[in-house]
Design a protein around this ligand. Sequence first.
Ligand code: 2DT
Ligand code: MG
Length: 208
Amino acid sequence: MRGKLILIEGLDRSGKSTQAALLNQRIANSHLIKFPERSTPIGQIINKYLTDSSYDLSDQSAHLLFSANRWELAKDIISKLNNGEFVILDRYIYSGIAYSLAKSKVSNSSNEMNDYNWLYSPDKGLPKPDITLFLTLDLQELSNRKGWGEERYELKEFQIQVKSCFEKILPPNVNIINVNNLSIEQVEAEISIIVTNDLTNDDIHYFT
Ligand code: 2DT
Ligand code: MG
């Protein structure tokens, strides 16, 4: 039996990385991959872009680098799944599209950044998650959470755009969990139910 590909997407400060790590601990044969994966050659450029505000890239090249970073790991993900191992992803193509679309909403950027098909096409061919979860927060709660401001994109106004862009582009089969007023354990329990109830065992799917 092949392993499952499980994606946890979510707004910044929604507890996404905490939940991805907890799920990874709970599943015996699993690997956690966080995107951007900052240790690879392309990941190092992305890390510089995110942490050094004086290092600028065009919006198009940043977008393509995030996708290229996923392609750096695609083969490895597929071979793990075929070996029966589970792979848990912390962010993936939906973050790629939502953040780029959000940029086009806050600045007068180029047509490409506002073009869903252009944004989506570099990710075509990547393995598609069997289960997609999205952790969301109400706007009020979003602004209250601590820790904004350390990296590019960590501005309240921008995050509001990100939320609305995610809502436009998430796939129809996404499992949305509103984490307002839920404890870490309660979110963990909801995720556990969704993951345990998925009994499909077909071939790996790909974005087309
Ligand atoms: P973390 O805070 O999760 O490390 O993410 N991002 C991420 C994009 O703009 N495009 C992408 O394809 C991905 C995967 C989201 C760092 C920032 O990178 C953004 C926040
Ligand atoms: Mg962050």
